[in-house]
Write a new protein. Sequence first.
Length: 269
Amino acid sequence: MPRATRVPAPPASKDGSSAGQEHPHGGVQVISRVTAILRALADAPAGLGIAELSRIVELPRSTVYRIVATLADDGFVTTGPGRRGLRLGPELAHLAAAAQRGLAEAARPHMETMAHGVNETVDLAVFQHGQVRFVDQVVGNQRLRAEVVVGELYPAYCTANGKAFLAALPPASLDAVLAAAPLVRRTPSTLVRKSELLRELEEVRETGVAYDREEHTMQICAVGTVLRDQQGRVAAAITIAAPASRFYGREVELVGVLLDGKERIEGSL
């Protein structure tokens, strides 16, 4: 795998010393700073610059440069042109894939219980670069059923799991995600005005539940919510999807099964 390009060296400090000459910090402190930087980049799929990143993690630019340069050498951060060239690197995909396998294994038995309980499709998804990637699916035995292609990316603004992810983002990260891609009308029900989407996301924050009422695909609806790990961080999202003919009028039932499944899955993470 090719290595990521190394970030340009920052200017020397006022006392004339180079950023690379800082005294090393304790191992635990370094790990804490690395994770803070990686999380900041994860929350900014549109990318960040050194100055902005240092402001977010509240560390000196020289310290952030040194850590980012090391992460870039190992493929955990990539650099690109422009003021917001820093993004998560491809090496993290290998770690993410392993984590997703563990997540799917923990969630699968509960997804099967949910799917059999309502006889509809239950999906597990993760949030990647402002979009939704479905990583597992359990379908009901109905002849007419809602299905997605596991492994493919779907837009966030018009899917139930995507809205659940968006509602959980910090305001700055949400703005960056919405600014990175236009809200394209996929069906007559798709929300394409940012103000309308933001109002709906506020409701999702209050209730913990997001809806897709034929917004991504005609005649397909879904209800979704995020799954959090033991530290309270968003790990994935789970949805129950159904044809519109079997969705409307069953929202209360489906939300009840969804939230019960959420509790069970989070308990097993």
